[in-house]
Write a protein that binds this ligand. Structure first.
Ligand code: ZN
Length: 262
């Protein structure tokens, strides 16, 4: 921080003290979003370096369940989905505020900063280096209109830029207003979001990134959302993409946070 910015931040802080998003303490002028202790203690998942991790296993279980129901030839394995979140949080954890700030309080600066932390890790991982296109989980148009933005799109924008790929926000469309999912159990969530998504206007919205220009379809799609809880939402998105691009396409997920014990 330059001296001038430091002084102006310090003066602004005097009148409008900024707080740490996690513990609520007053931030010193040289810190942004989190205090030193909370920044140091951020519960990173390190899932970006582990192909098989609890988040990936959970998603792949849901996908396999779908495939079994679709009469998928036994013994034939589907391309394993990769999954990574930047950090964990539990409902009572202060780290949930990082996601809430982006989702409900228009704190784009914090949202982009942590999206950038996630993106840096994805870009440095072998698991995500061949991603062709990044697709944010869409909001229902009515909810998007009310909120004014889609938080998943803000994260996806940062991620796609770091990975050097295109983001395609129109590839999926949410046709059902699913209401809040916070209090539903896993089975209800799966049922609640199944068939909530449809394929968007592909030709119009997907400007092919250079890397896949010669290909008829992508081989690795990365779905981006703010929080991963049961995997039901991502699975519902994956189902639509699989129907359009085939079962061989790898459909992965990256989120800012993973809830609970995944
Ligand atoms: Zn703190």
């Amino acid at each position: 921080m330059t001296d001038f910015r430091f002084v102006t931040t310090a003066v602004a802080d005097f009148f409008f003290p900024r707080q740490c998003l996690v513990c609520g303490c007053i931030l010193p002028a040289d810190r942004k979003h989190l205090c030193g202790d909370c920044a140091e203690d951020i519960p990173l998942t390190y899932y970006w370096d582990r192909e098989h991790n609890p988040m990936a296993d959970r998603l792949n279980d849901l996908i396999q369940r779908d495939l079994n129901a679709e009469d998928f030839a036994p013994g034939k394995t589907v391309t394993y989905s990769r999954a990574a979140a930047l950090f964990f949080f539990r409902p009572e954890s202060g780290y949930r505020h990082i996601c809430h700030q982006l989702k409900y309080h228009r704190n784009f600066s914090a949202g982009r900063a942590y999206a950038d932390m996630l993106a840096q890790r994805l870009a440095g991982s072998d698991l995500f280096k061949d991603v062709d296109v990044v697709v944010p989980v869409p909001l229902h148009p009515l909810r998007r209109f009310r909120r004014g933005y889609n938080q998943a799109e803000i994260i996806a924008e940062v991620v796609s830029e770091k990975l050097g790929t295109k983001m395609c926000p129109g590839m999926l469309r949410r046709r059902r207003y699913t209401g809040t999912q916070t209090r539903l159990d896993v089975e209800h969530k799966v049922r609640n979001v199944s068939n909530a998504f449809v394929f968007g206007k592909y030709e119009k919205v997907w400007k092919f990134p250079k890397r896949v220009a010669a290909k008829a379809s992508p081989s690795h799609i990365l779905i981006v959302d703010d929080v991963f809880t049961t995997g039901a939402t991502v699975n519902a998105c994956a189902r639509v993409l699989r129907e359009r691009f085939g079962r061989e396409v790898r459909i992965s997920v990256a989120t800012l946070a993973a809830v609970g014990d995944v």
